[in-house]
Design a protein around this ligand. Structure first.
Ligand code: 13P
Length: 255
């Protein structure tokens, strides 16, 4: 019922030239595949036009890693969702743990950003997940609940089509340490249950929940094969076409 999404978050890597090269490799690699889900790449802002040019008319979708929380105006250094849409983006990542940590973004910011994304007709990928200390203290369910409750009930027009959730336990990001498929499935199931109370059972059953945190071709199939894991948000492994395409093939295999 839910189709998968495999999204590459390129973070602060690859300028326009290198991003275009990787985008070309990815879109070429997808050519022969009868895709059963969606494949998305999220370059840095300045590489978006170059990547958009490469993937035009191809199967790869384009997303941004962040956006402004407000409409156009006097907000130096910000980039609005209308601009991202004009540049070819269909998706925007919101609330990544690196933005929570580096930029001190809060639930209010996430609500405003996602509402902006939806008003522009784009899809938001909302990230959530606990820190290592929180997992060690056995508080992961409480943390996830608070993160979801702080944002989802306050969204103006979220639907399973314009909202994708991404569980990214912070201790698994860029560390090489992946949540086990059992650990990930446990939180995904809990999250879906929680979301059901916020947006309704039907919408919760239809919304995609991606897993992120050291996903590789060697562990992706086991993760994606779990009942409530609908694909992945990939960091490091999305920077190598071969690895990223390998992860897409894992999603294809279990779909
Ligand atoms: P890694 O795949 O490098 O662990 O990063 C995950 C992530 O943060 C994706 O948004």
């Amino acid at each position: 019922m839910r189709s998968y999404m495999v999204a590459g978050n390129w973070k602060q890597n690859l300028g326009p030239a290198e991003a275009a090269k990787l985008a070309r490799q990815v879109s070429m690699g997808l050519l022969g595949l009868d895709l059963k889900g969606e494949v998305l790449v999220c370059p840095t802002y300045v590489a978006i036009p170059a990547v958009a040019e490469i993937i035009k008319g191809k199967k790869t979708l384009l997303g941004a890693q962040n956006c402004s929380a407000t409409g156009a105006g006097a907000h130096t250094g910000e980039i609005g969702v209308d601009m991202l849409a004009e540049a070819g983006c269909t998706h925007v990542i919101v609330a990544h743990s690196e933005r929570r940590a580096d930029s001190g973004e809060t639930d209010d910011d996430f609500v405003n950003k996602i509402n902006q994304v939806h008003a522009a007709g784009l899809t938001a990928i909302f990230c959530f997940g606990e820190l290592l200390d929180e997992r060690k203290a056995g508080r992961e369910r409480d943390v996830v609940k608070a993160q979801l409750e702080g944002v989802l009930p306050r969204l103006a027009s979220a639907t399973p089509q314009n909202l994708v959730l991404a569980y990214e336990p912070v201790w698994a990001i860029g560390t090489g340490e992946t949540a086990s498929p059992e650990q990930a499935q446990d939180i995904h199931a809990v999250s879906r249950e929680l979301v059901s109370g916020m947006i309704g059972a039907e919408a919760a059953a239809a919304v995609r929940i991606l897993y992120g945190g050291s996903v590789k071709p060697s562990n992706a199939e086991d993760l994606f094969g779990r009942a409530d894991i609908d694909g992945g948000l990939i960091g490091g492994a999305s920077l190598k076409a071969e690895d990223f395409l390998g992860i897409v093939k894992c999603a294809q295999a279990v779909s």
